[in-house]
Design a protein around this ligand. Structure first.
Ligand code: NAD
Length: 265
């Protein structure tokens, strides 16, 4: 899809990959970018950077897991700027927790990493299907194709995010709806290296080839231009996924060896 003169919404646009996508999309001269984040200062900072390039941009502070707030965001964007051409459901969190993570942690991981995509798709699809056009880009993770050592809720919810993106693409792809699913490995953002709640990061993730968010955003822009479903900024992930699918027992053994290394066994 050509992004020139389009209306774009990016959730999690106040930091990391989302902020870099906003800045990269601005180079394509869209009509307006709505930068959504629960962190108001982050969203405002991205809007300031976009405004400097002459792109119309608005910051919206909300929780993507709140259906009413997301429905309101979509309705207001449509009223103020016209139909949304590209919606990037990118906000996400990690837990750095195992199976014994508190149920509240499991629930918020589910809500933010998966259900927020359901909420957005439900609100976007009716008008998109009527006009026969719409583009939903969701950010999952390579953890959604493989696993994330040390983070059970992250691995499970990112697999669900990939499954949802595939389901939407299969169900609506012939009716004008384009879906892309972004699945990076390590990217140099606060999610990976921060010490705040929701940071990810096992030593194995940090030992991977870490990309800058700007590099990921360049790959995203190229994939959106081509309307490609699976976006793999780390190309090696395609091989890992094939190895997992082709020889599951061997892949599990290799992952256990990595886990043992992490555990110091
Ligand atoms: P980040 O922490 O830099 O940015 C995430 C942004 O999402 C933050 O600004 C945060 O405030 C916002 N956010 C979180 N929960 C929210 C909520 N409920 N409502 C509104 N905003 C919310 O992290 P990032 O690395 O840029 O992460 C972006 C996406 O990329 C996430 O979905 C993440 O899982 C995914 N991802 C990241 C990596 C990595 O290594 N950084 C790898 C694979 C996938």
């Amino acid at each position: 899809m050509e992004l020139n003169e389009t209306v774009i919404v990016v959730t999690g646009g106040g930091s990391g990959i989302g902020a870099a996508m906003c800045r990269r999309f601005a180079a394509e001269r869209p009509r307006h970018i709505v930068v959504v984040d629960r962190d108001a200062a982050g969203a405002e900072a991205t809007v300031a950077a976009l405004t400097e390039t002459g792109i119309g941009a608005t910051a919206v502070t909300l929780d993507v897991a709140d259906a009413e707030q997301t429905e309101d965001l979509i309705a207001r964007t449509r009223a103020d700027h016209g139909e949304i051409d590209l919606f990037c459901a990118n906000a996400g969190i990690g837990s750095a927790a195992g199976i014994d993570a508190d149920d509240r942690v499991w629930e918020s991981m589910w809500q933010i990493n998966v259900h927020a995509h359901v909420i957005a798709a439900r609100a976007l699809l009716p008008a998109w299907l009527d006009r026969g056009r719409g583009y939903l880009l969701t950010t999952a993770s390579a953890a959604g194709l493989l696993t994330n050592l040390g983070d059970a809720p992250y691995s499970v919810t990112k697999h669900a995010a990939v499954a949802l993106a595939e389901w939407l693409s299969i169900t609506y792809g012939d009716r004008g709806i384009t879906v892309s699913c972004l699945c990076p490995q390590g990217v140099n953002t606060p999610l990976l290296f921060g010490d705040a709640d929701g940071a990810l990061a096992t030593e194995v993730v940090k030992a991977q080839r870490i990309l800058e968010p700007e590099t990921v955003a360049d790959v995203v822009a190229a994939a959106v231009a081509d309307e490609r479903f699976l976006i793999l900024p780390h190309e090696e992930v395609a091989g890992y996924e094939q190895a997992r699918a082709g020889e599951r027992e061997r892949w599990l053994r290799a992952m256990r060896r990595m886990q043992a290394g992490l555990d110091g066994r």
